[in-house]
Each structure stands twice: as C-alpha cells, then as structure tokens.
Design a protein around this ligand. Sequence first.
Ligand SMILES: [Zn+2]
Ligand SMILES: [Zn+2]
Length: 235
Amino acid sequence: MLNGRIKFAGTGNMRSFDLGNSSMLVRMSFGNVLVDCGYANYERMIKSKLIDEVEYLMITHLHGDHAGSIHPLLLYLRYQKNVRCKIIVPDNNFKKYLIEYFSFFMSDYTKYVEFVDLKHAPGVGFFETTGLHSNRIVSYAYTFRIGRRFVYYSGDLGDITATERFLQWVLNYNPGMQISDFLVLHETSFIERSGHTYYKDLMRLAEKYEVYAYHCDHRRAPKDCTLKFVADADK
Ligand SMILES: [Zn+2]
Ligand SMILES: [Zn+2]
C-alpha cells in the first residue's frame, strides 16, 4: 500500500489464526513503526522477516489480538537485535498504563523498552477512542502523514460517528487538505453492535473517503458488502 510505505502483518480479528491479527508496519521518514502486535503475529512476522524492520511500536489497545505478541517481540529485539523497543506513546496516561501492564511480567521494563514522546515522531498523530470499542478499555486511533496523504488507522472502534467527526475536524483545521488526501484504514465487522464498526456503516463512510477495511475475515463478507479490503489490496 502507498508504494510499499504500508505493509500489513495481519488483517484478521481475534478469531483469525490464518489471517493474523490486524497490524501494520508504516515506513515513516524517521523510522519504521509497527502498529499493534497481536497474539497470532509473532510467528508470521518471523516468517515474513517483517520483524527485522520494526524500530518503533505503537499499540491501539491491550486486547490480545492487538497486544498479545508484545512480550516475544521485546525479547526478540533485545536478544536477537540487541536493541530496546521504542514505544511511541500518545500521552502520559497511556505510558503509565503500559508500565503497569509490563510490571506483571517484567521486573525492569527499561531493559527492553524505551518510551518515545509523540513529538519525536514527526507526522504521527492520535485520536483517543477510550470506551468507544469496549467498556472502560483505553484505546486510540492513530494517524500518519505520508507525503500529502493523511492515513487514519482506526484501531478497534464501535462508533463510526467518532471517525466521521474526527476526519471532519482534521479537514476543518487543515486548510488546503482535501478529501482525496485521506486514506482511511478502518476496522469492520459483519455482525451488528459487536463493539466494532458494522460494515454497512463503513460503506457509508466509503462513499466520501477512500476506505479499506480490516479486522475481519474478508472471505466471509456478505454479498451486499461493497467495501474494499486491506487483505486484497496489501499484497
Ligand atoms: Zn479490541
Ligand atoms: Zn481487535
């Protein structure tokens, strides 16, 4: 995608053992950023060698299909590459939250992790979506400026109106930006009211923006689904 600037490590959801969990590597000018690292992706990334490109990590939320391979990834980087994983955090709250999470399985996380403030990741932005995917679960959508393109990665998000409002806000506050500059990479579900974005709601967004869907088994899309899927595009 985007001339190889974006490569997905997996496109499925928590049940997708063969498609991997949704996760992408973005090649930014300051370095390569892996967004999410779910339980089914560690072996996949070793096989595809994508793991050797990981320099930075961002996590949308701590569900297993987004964060389940963090531990093996940290061990791989530390003991195979002799580097610490640079984790870009959207805000201090999420940093504290991750440190608490690491404390359950690492006595000293600083051996494996170096936190990077968002201001040292030029072109990267975020949109907090806490509670909009799952009750009380802290979550974020992330954005990446690549040339004139504005890439929006929804993370898991059960409320399409949040995405609509955010994209409109970006448009309003960035004079000169056009709808065609947006590349919307959005999670979807074929089941209604599942804490995920129902495909028919996403189809409405796709009437306005260039949208590619992920976090689903695209092979099981209903007949009336006209969405484009990351799984078909990212080859
Ligand atoms: Zn989730
Ligand atoms: Zn998920």
